[in-house]
Design a protein around this ligand. Structure first.
Ligand SMILES: *Cc1c(COP(=O)(O)O)cnc(C)c1O
Ligand code: SF4
Length: 432
């Protein structure tokens, strides 16, 4: 299959779009003007069940939906489009709305490191062992998730994290022997041609950095364009490269995003998984928990079981990030834990490698371990899976139970304490 994508400019050319009413098409236009929209022909032809598209998880995952903006914001943009407002007026209104959608959550700017006084804009180094690398050619995706937490990278250039220079990355790695993992991320780095993967990965191999043990690739391609690993022109070269990395004694881990078990059913995805595994790649899976997509324990237990059958290691269950269309997808911490607890008890130990539900927030990745009553007080039991300060990891702490909370910043310490123990730590000082 040859890759083809549709965006705001040409989505009316999608053959199946005729199944939508004019009004439904207009909703796509309005929401797609504010939030990035792009869908691939694989999703359209092989994943979406068009007989029931309005409820289809892959339709909701990729096509803009009415509830993704507040009524007020929706009307504002709808009126401007209907009245044929000029481009500048529309852009101004769109920018204003975007800035209200928390475009850069969890203080990501604070993760951008410096080397000899130069800010390395394509790198984030928040957790001691793992460096994120944002190659500039990988800052888009085969299709855009409607829950995207990196949407400003596609919609607002000023928030873009990206870097071209393999050399600076290697210098940074040399200066930081504590880093064991390089996580190549985006956008979706799998949109890059294999020659760019070769450029960056060979630079790491040639530098002979003994401390780098794992190269991870965070990608949604198994769900949105599995042909990247099968029939694309340079798929075979990519497999050769992965094999070469493995031969150097460095493990390659593909961090796959699977939001729904149906994404693992097609012939194309099964072949892609097999090719990657034949090239020595370990595949791990992670997904946010999303209302309207997968807020049902049975979906998760099925997904984890299916993944283990395919040789994929369940890794993270995330809580939807506080950005973009969060209200549409938000699941409370209380519901998230209940869904996790119901799902995990239904699978055997081999599936229980998944951790979560977890929030990626400014101080770290915070897991909701449970809800308990302790000496008469109802509390959330929380735990750092990752921390800006590594010493925070694995120290359970307590917050007052709040059934409405959807994010850490809505929680207060339990047992009359004034502050959480990590509150006043200066994040800049933590990575040494
Ligand atoms: C999640 C994340 C990582 C990777 O954490 P692991 O627990 O090792 O998978 C690294 N850096 C940032 C900023 C992250 O959010
Ligand atoms: S794969 Fe990631 S960066 Fe790309 S659209 Fe989805 S959430 Fe956003």
């Amino acid at each position: 299959m040859n890759y083809r994508s549709y965006t705001l400019g040409n989505f009316r050319q999608i053959p199946q779009i005729a199944l939508l009413t004019e009004e439904e098409q207009f909703v796509i236009e309005v929401i797609g003007t504010v939030l990035p929209f792009k869908v691939s022909n694989y999703i359209i032809d092989e994943l979406i069940d068009w007989n029931n598209f309005a409820k289809d998880p892959f339709f909701i995952l990729t096509f803009p939906q009415k509830g993704m903006l507040s009524e007020e914001h929706f009307q504002k943009i709808a009126n401007l489009i209907k009245s044929n407002a000029d481009k500048a007026t529309l852009k101004k209104a769109v920018d204003k709305i975007r800035l209200q959608l928390n475009p850069n959550p969890a203080g990501q700017e604070a993760n951008v490191p410096e080397l000899n006084g130069v800010r390395l804009n394509g790198i984030q180094h928040k957790y001691r062992e793992t460096m994120l690398f944002f190659p500039s050619q990988g800052q888009t995706c085969h299709a855009y998730c409607t829950f995207c937490f990196r949407w400003p990278q596609f919609a607002m250039n000023s928030f873009k994290f990206a870097m071209k220079e393999a050399d600076l990355m290697v210098q940074y790695l040399k200066a930081h022997p504590e880093i064991t993992d390089v996580l190549i991320t985006g956008g979706d780095p799998a949109v890059m041609k294999t020659k760019f993967f070769e450029h960056y990965i060979n630079a790491i191999l040639e530098a002979g950095l003994k401390h780098v043990r794992t190269i991870r690739i965070g990608t949604k391609a198994l769900t949105y364009w599995p042909y990247r690993f099968t029939t694309d022109d340079d798929a075979e070269d990519l497999m050769k490269l992965f094999r070469k990395v493995a031969d150097h004694g460095i493990s390659v881990s593909l961090m796959a995003h699977f939001n729904h078990p149906r994404a693992m059913e097609t012939q194309a995805v099964k072949e892609a998984i097999r090719n990657l595994q034949d090239a020595g790649v370990q595949i791990r899976s992670q997904s946010p928990l999303l209302k309207n997509i997968n807020n049902d324990p049975a979906i998760w237990s099925t997904m984890w079981r299916e993944q283990v059958n395919l040789g994929i290691i369940p890794y993270y269950m995330f809580i939807a990030r506080d950005t973009g269309a969060q209200d549409y997808f938000a699941v409370t911490l209380d519901q998230a834990w209940r869904i996790y607890q119901k799902a995990i008890q239904k699978v055997s130990g081999v599936c229980r490698t998944v951790r979560g539900p977890s929030m990626s927030c400014a101080p770290g990745k915070v897991q909701v371990l449970g809800i308990q009553k302790i000496h008469g007080e109802q509390v959330f039991v929380l735990n750092f899976l990752q921390g800006r300060n590594p010493d925070w990891v694995g120290r359970p702490f307590f917050a007052k139970y709040n059934p409405k909370a959807i994010w850490l910043d809505e929680l207060e310490p339990a047992f009359g304490q004034e502050e959480f123990f990590f509150k006043n730590a200066n994040p800049k000082l933590q990575i040494v």
